[in-house]
Design a protein around this ligand. Structure first.
Ligand code: PHB
Length: 391
């Protein structure tokens, strides 16, 4: 028994010592922990579908190992995430942890990954500092600074001078507020007000009245995936869609999965993000077609693509290690990996273990009766600016 099992069995108590499961050398278990219930269940559904599609398309055997995807629902509660991470490693011998629908959930698993020396692939959560919380964290989603700073550059170049920011009050919201705000002010813009709305039971209405009174050129928004429809409903109810105040933000608010529910009030919103279902490439056309076919017509969003790529990273790493699924070997193989994603070319920065990818400026438009984030400008190979500023 190695030290990983000893420490984990201490955590898990007698159950593990009494009946240790035997590791199967011919299988590699990927433990996916996502919220399948609760307010961000849409993220779990998208992530699961993305990971499963990758396996369906590429077969469940790589470098002689059978891939076993074990999906667990943490209901969005951090204590459950941590317990599931411990069980997946201690009982199921998972070689990789993957998923994590919200920043606090990714953080809850970090000490478990570090102690067990098991890679933790973050395929959803996007606060910049997450990758610094364990040397075993690798990210295939994005960072908020990566998406928000280019939005400020675009606003400055397009006659927007005064902005109110509204963000959800936790890690990624603080990142979005800071990196949009600082970049915008450095370029000569004015932030009239910075508003934060709670993550739990958010009510945007009173804040939106304040936005209306401030009469800025634009309101910059970050809400996590799944919350865009609530925000947009209240935005429309307050008449902001007809007020002449432009809606800008990171692409989380105009999530592809929610655009149909949001409806025409989203038309004209300009956002920066790394994935749109309308991204014009042969890889994305094939991905969207296969995804919709496998999921009763459900549109993939940026969460689905990140999980699809997270699974792709596991396959690529196992091929490189010739099937060696030990944590340090996999981690070394993941650092510096680069490939073509449905979102465009991506790579894992070997120094920060964070993703390097294109950011696209998009506008919500109607095509053939459906709403899309239509990309019209590309900023290539964007590194997380938070970490770039520190190096
Ligand atoms: C996060 O909690 O880090 C998070 C969740 C959903 C998003 C972005 C960030 O769309």
């Amino acid at each position: 028994m190695d030290s990983r099992h000893l420490t984990l069995s201490a955590v898990l108590g007698g159950a593990l010592l009494a009946a240790p499961a035997l590791a199967d050398d011919t299988a590699v278990t990927v433990g996916m922990i996502v919220p399948m219930t609760g307010p961000v269940a849409s993220t779990g559904k998208q992530e699961r579908a993305g990971a499963e599609l990758y396996i369906q398309q590429h077969g469940d055997t790589v470098a002689g190992k059978k891939i076993v995807l074990s999906i667990k629902d943490d209901t969005g509660a951090a204590d459950v995430t941590k317990r599931l991470a411990e069980e997946l490693i201690g009982n199921d011998h998972a070689s990789v942890l993957m998923g994590f629908g919200l920043t606090p959930l990714a953080l809850a698993a970090a000490p478990v990954a570090t102690e067990a020396k098991v890679p933790e692939i973050v395929t959803a959560a996007a606060t910049a500092m997450i990758t610094e919380k364990s040397p075993y964290i690798v990210r295939t989603s994005f960072t908020l600074p990566q998406a928000a700073a280019p939005m400020a550059d675009w606003a400055l170049k397009n006659g927007i001078k005064k902005v109110v920011t509204i963000v959800t009050d936790y890690g990624p919201g603080a990142d979005a507020e800071k990196w949009f705000g600082d970049t915008f002010e450095k370029g000569g813009g004015t932030i009239a007000e910075k508003i934060r709305v709670p993550l739990k039971n958010p009510d945007f209405a009173p804040f939106l009245q304040r936005v209306k009174d401030d009469a800025p050129d634009a309101v910059f928004v970050f809400v996590p995936s799944g919350f865009g429809a609530i925000f947009m409903k209240e935005f429309t109810e307050r008449g902001l869609d007809k007020s002449g105040i432009k809606l800008i933000g990171t692409g989380d608010v105009t999530d592809d999965d929610l655009l149909a529910d949001i409806g025409d009030s989203a038309l004209g919103a300009v956002t920066t993000h790394h994935y749109s279902v309308a991204h014009d490439s042969p890889e994305n056309k094939a991905f969207v077609e296969a995804f919709e076919k496998a999921n009763n017509g459900m549109r993939p969003n940026f969460m689905a693509v990140a999980a699809y790529d997270g699974m792709g990273l596991v396959y690529q790493a196992l091929e490189k290690t010739k099937g060696d699924a030990s944590g340090d070997a996999l981690l070394a193989a993941m650092k510096g990996a680069s490939w073509m994603s449905p979102r465009g070319p991506i790579s894992i920065d070997p120094d920060t273990r964070d993703i390097v990818q294109n950011e696209y400026v998009r506008k919500v438009e109607k095509r053939d009766g459906a709403l899309y984030n239509v990309e019209f400008e590309t900023i290539p190979n964007v590194k997380d600016p938070y970490k770039a500023a520190k190096h």
